[in-house]
Ligand binder design. Structure first.
Ligand code: 5GP
Ligand code: ZN
Length: 136
């Protein structure tokens, strides 16, 4: 007997959580899923932003894609709009925190040699102090 609810063409019920590309044991996937606590400052259907646990400036937030992408080096053309959305989200969060005029820095470390320690792509937003150049 056919079961209408098992039809492959049926949309998921409204209460179903969204599916995201995930990697087991990824710290930031766990923050995304609420398995590890974090101070969330923004979330939409594509990105999540939260306070860095070890702030390197008075404002230090991280913007991550909800989908697990390991590094910027592995990002694909299909991620172009997502990466732009991450940048615009970072700018909005910096403005919201009052740093739009004074200035802020965004940083994305890609790979061990650049200092990446968590392999779920993320954009750092840093503000509230002066910054040297070139970065260390
Ligand atoms: P990366 O070195 O990979 O560019 O940046 C990783 C960042 O994640 C670091 O700034 C680090 O302080 C932050 N971080 C590491 N573990 C946690 C955590 O459990 N919670 C939060 N909120 N940030 C974390
Ligand atoms: Zn992840």
């Amino acid at each position: 007997m056919s079961n209408p609810s098992s039809s492959s063409s049926s949309p998921p019920p409204p209460s179903s959580p969204p599916e995201h590309v995930s990697k087991a044991d990824c710290l930031f996937c766990k923050i995304r899923d609420g398995q590890i606590p974090a101070t969330i400052v923004y979330r939409d259907e594509r990105v999540l932003a939260f306070k860095d646990i070890g702030p390197k400036a008075p404002l230090h937030q991280l913007v991550i894609p909800l989908d697990h992408i390991e590094t910027l080096a592995e990002a694909a053309p299909a991620h172009e709009a997502l990466l732009g959305h991450m940048m615009l989200t970072a700018a909005q969060l910096a403005r919201d925190a009052g740093h739009g005029d004074k200035g802020f820095r965004v940083v994305m470390n890609s790979g061990v040699g650049a200092g990446q320690t968590v392999f779920h792509l993320h954009l750092h937003i840093l503000a509230g102090r002066s910054f040297g150049w070139p970065p260390g």
